[in-house]
Design a protein around this ligand. Structure first.
Ligand code: COS
Length: 380
């Protein structure tokens, strides 16, 4: 796919923002403290990045999926964690309401998220329900005009900063598996909601992740999104788009690591030559470039299918995530290898890319889950 002038201009804008604003000082601070950078949040909000593909009616810029993947790709090329800042509100933090909410709910919840005034997190995973997302045990029992919520969600990215939590709950325990699950938007400030300690993660530092615990939390009935007992398809539909976002993040990460490897291989001399002049290195770079380009075409194609709401979109988004996330792990590992001992040192960017890459084949569905989704389509 060849991008038209409009998209190339957008790419330039995103690249320029990332190269100017994602400074070494900020990235070091994210890694050292693990804390969310609110100054960066405000800056991104000012540029409208939190709502690039949110419809204008709900405070967004009304862009399409290509616009969105270009932003995530370009941001991740410089900083995978900062790409997540802009990715989440466009994807998991608004998707279920966009797909299942009423007009009033969309205005009430999506607009402040798109404008960066409030943060919304997506809570599906539980200690006993990871890949088996239908195994949700958090319950919500209707009592008058309120649902009483009890349970625990885990690995919730952004929970410590969140105002709202999109919480998947079992409303009808008599229904098996993914049936009988509903979606509630829970105000994080309600009595009985608590957030666990920040997880001490391998990568993506600077975007805190924690458990969210619900103890007899009384949630107003009007915070139900979509129909009662029909919340699971909203999670799946949102994850289709989310997986596209992770594929773009993987693509950008791989591109960033690759560029570092090219630069280093031209500078570093061994045995009296640039290491780029050894076939062992140049062939590695050639393979990395080829795989990145293949992933790019798949990611953009998946975005186009999402734009036209194609019935193939779910399958191809999973394919893009599977291919791009596995590819970025390979590329990041090779970029470290090309750097030799220096690649193992924090001062070199590839060390960070390598650690950040590891989550790409795991979050928003492992590679194995993507294969389950793809297989379910090809075996239909
Ligand atoms: N869009 C809309 N609806 C979808 C859908 C999609 N892409 N995929 C599935 N559904 C619907 C189905 O139509 C079905 O609806 P009905 O109950 O009305 O028939 C329902 O969702 C259940 O579908 P299915 O039977 O395929 O689901 P499974 O329980 O077999 O789940 C997997 C299969 C493994 C794919 C699912 O549990 C999953 O994605 N797990 C990983 C979760 C994940 O990514 N976690 C990461 C953390 S969240 S950031």
């Amino acid at each position: 796919m060849i991008l038209n002038q409009k998209y190339e201009t957008l790419r330039k804008l995103y690249r320029q923002f990332a190269e100017t604003e994602f400074t070494k000082e900020i990235m070091d601070e994210l890694m050292d403290t693990g804390e969310y950078n609110w100054d960066m949040h405000k800056k991104m909000a000012k540029y409208g990045f939190f709502g690039v593909k949110t419809p204008k009616a709900y405070g967004g810029a009304g862009g399409d999926y290509i616009d969105y993947v270009l932003m995530v790709e370009e941001f991740a090329r410089v900083s995978p964690v900062l790409s997540l800042y802009a990715n989440t509100p466009n994807s998991l933090g608004s998707g279920p309401i966009l797909y299942g909410g009423t007009e009033e709910q969309k205005k009430r919840f999506i607009t402040p998220v798109a404008q960066g005034k409030e943060m919304m997190v997506f809570a599906l995973t539980e200690p006993g329900a990871g890949s088996d997302a239908g195994g949700t045990t958090t319950t919500a029992i209707l009592d008058g005009d309120e649902y009483v919520v009890n349970g625990r969600k885990c690995f919730i990215s952004g929970a410590p900063m969140a105002d709202w939590c999109l919480t998947f709950v079992k409303t009808d325990p008599s229904q098996k598996g993914s049936r009988g699950i509903s979606l509630l938007v829970v105000d994080m400030h309600l009595p009985g909601v608590s957030v666990g300690a920040h997880e001490n993660k391998m990568g993506i530092m600077g975007y805190p992740t924690s458990d969210v615990v619900f103890e007899d939390v009384r949630v107003p009935k009007d915070c139900l999104i979509g129909k009662v007992d029909k919340g699971f398809p909203l999670a799946m539909q949102t994850l289709d788009g989310g997986r596209l976002g992770v594929s773009a993040q993987s693509l950008g990460l791989a591109q960033g690591a690759f560029e570092e490897a090219v630069k280093y291989s031209k500078e570093r001399k061994q045995f009296g030559r640039r290491i780029a002049d050894f076939q062992a290195i140049s062939f590695m770079l050639a393979e990395m470039a080829t795989k990145i380009e293949a992933a790019r075409q798949l990611v953009y194609h998946a975005a186009e299918l999402k734009n036209i709401n194609s019935p193939d979109a779910s399958k191809v988004c999973s394919m893009a995530k599977l291919f791009a996330s596995e590819m970025c792990n390979e590329v990041a590992a090779r970029a470290v290898q090309i750097h030799g001992g220096y690649g193992y040192i924090r001062e070199y960017k590839v060390e960070n890319f390598y650690r950040d890459a590891r989550i790409m084949t795991i979050y928003e569905g492992t590679s194995e889950v993507q294969k389950m989704v793809i297989a379910s389509h090809v075996l239909k």
